[in-house]
Write a protein that binds this ligand. Structure first.
Ligand code: URA
Length: 235
């Protein structure tokens, strides 16, 4: 027997906290009856309905690594009918991206139907390192570089890059490698915005120990069993 909110979160429907809210709001039914108690335990054969969606509980778990092109949204569907990261993957399973990359950001994004792993990897306390390459306008002065290395405040919260290196400098631009362990949206753009060197191009090159390898833009591959185990072992 398992707690209802845990089963909902593990199915990938939403986070544990959101699942608790949905239960308290009376939006979850077990075998047709609304359940509002957070401690409720369920068994494998119970039919769980969350806001009208029946949870698929014993679905095969799948894991993909996509090299996201520019102009693609990191979501399952889009009102404006723009391509989504999910539309690149050939599967009938209900997968979704782990975290997000902006519409104009390219590079590595993971997709899965394993809510357990997704929730773990996205939780800020787990500090999974993501490496980005940013093309910025202008050049960082030595003191700006130093300030950034020590950490800067974005919207009142300090962010300290886990890695920082200048890859290339031209008169107009610089290519910067930056490692980030937190998960705030648009964080890399906000950092360079703060330093008055806006980002004109952004690519994610790695996520924890995973890299793009030979994948071209729009290509994807399944993670190996070993890689999935290794992601779980980050726990
Ligand atoms: N930081 C950003 O600014 N954009 C992304 O897509 C990812 C990290």
């Amino acid at each position: 027997m398992e707690r209802l909110q845990k089963v909902i979160a593990n199915s990938g429907f939403t986070s544990r906290r959101k699942a608790e809210e949905l239960i308290l709001q009376g939006k979850v039914k077990v075998n047709g009856s609304v359940i509002r108690e957070l401690g409720t335990k369920v068994i494998a054969s119970d039919i769980i309905d969350v806001e009208g969606n029946i949870l698929e509980r014993n679905e095969k778990k799948v894991y993909y690594l996509l090299n996201k092109p520019r102009g693609v949204i990191s979501a399952v569907s889009d009102d404006k009918k723009r391509p989504t990261v999910v539309s690149f993957i050939d599967t009938n399973l209900r997968i979704y991206p782990i975290g997000r990359l902006d519409y104009d950001t390219t590079g590595l994004i993971l997709l899965t139907n394993d809510g357990n792993l997704a929730n773990f990897l996205m939780h800020p306390k787990n500090e999974v390192e993501k490496m980005y390459v940013a093309k910025i306008e202008g050049n960082l002065t030595p003191s700006e570089f130093y300030c950034l290395k020590k950490g800067i405040f974005i919207e009142g919260r300090k962010v300290v890059p886990s890695y920082l290196k200048i890859r290339k400098t031209t008169e107009e631009n610089q290519i910067i490698e930056i490692g980030i362990v937190e998960g705030r949206n648009h964080i890399v753009k906000k950092i360079f915005e703060e330093l008055k060197h806006p980002v004109s191009k952004l690519k994610r090159e790695s996520y924890a120990f995973l890299t793009l390898g030979n994948l071209k833009s729009g290509e994807y591959r399944e993670l190996t069993v070993k890689e999935v185990k290794r992601l779980y072992s980050l726990k």
